[in-house]
Write a protein of this length. Sequence first.
Length: 370
Amino acid sequence: MSGIERVFMVTVTLLLALSVPSYTGAAVSGPCSNCHTMHNSQDGSPVVRDGTGVGWNDSAVLSGGSLSSTPKNRLLVTSCVGCHSSSTSQTIISKAGSNIPIVYNTTVPVNPLAGGNFYWVAQGDDTKGHNVYGIAGADGNLATAPGRNPAACSNSCHDTLAAAPSANNYNRGGCQGCHLFTSHHDDVNYPWYRFLKGHGPGPGLTLDESRKELGDYVVGVEDDDWEQETTVDHNYYKGAVATYTNDGTSLTNYQSITAFCSGCHSVFHGPERNGDGMGSASPWIRHPTDIALPVTGEFASYDPVTNYNAETPVAWINPANPARSEATVMCLTCHRPHGSDQPDMLRWDYSTAGTQGTGCLTCHSSKRSN
């Protein structure tokens, strides 16, 4: 093989490696003591930290709140909120071999992760994030999740994430309203994308561990630094081309991020029904999701395969092998699920729509903002 041929082969190999993402897991690494305490006792004092203000400080030490003599399930040293909070502006905390994603900073975050940050909603602006128990109180503007189908269920599961764990939400209040089952040490048997998992079809379910085996979870290719990166290093979300019937099976059938969101915001998805839904075709009555991003017309000049815009992400029918013809619009194309510095958790300033190639005009590339 000549030198030129070798260079060609190496170049092709590198291009293939860049164009086809590889699955990365979410399994925790590092010493057990980063997250666990064996007996909640060290030198005669408790280890668990609980209450308001718990988070990682500049020295990667868990601080704030107060020490609690009450042990936590799974021998954890703090709650979900405490572990993923920081009193710094950093959104990844490195501690003795563990990288901890931070989704709630008590000071303005630098380079928020893919899902955004709860900082802004915690400051009292209910329009800028999901109100989650332990971070923000109940939304002052909304009594229930916008777009919720009131016939879906009669308890608070799909009303609010700000409620404390109780019988009304199967003891899955707060973070576990969305991250229903977690599996920090096993990303092989439970390959849920970012722990986004449902409870299976049907109302009145007891959420025992056996429900981990059900297939109602989100699929995706996980970026190993939670999208704190450039446009060539990002998450690959699972999409679909489907209209949902909202009968509780959509997530099982399609395993898309939009199907997951529709669990609480169902009337924003699927065909029109008595004025609800998004419609079935253009002209849409709500912005469509889980539809193919057209390859013609005003959408033709945006090719997320070759020129991905992390500000306006798309989903893919097969996220492990993205193709332009299989790019789809999803809920996260416009929104950050934890929160953002924009109203309605948007990724950009909707009042301006963005400049050419940004915001709405990333996909609607032939249109112009005023």
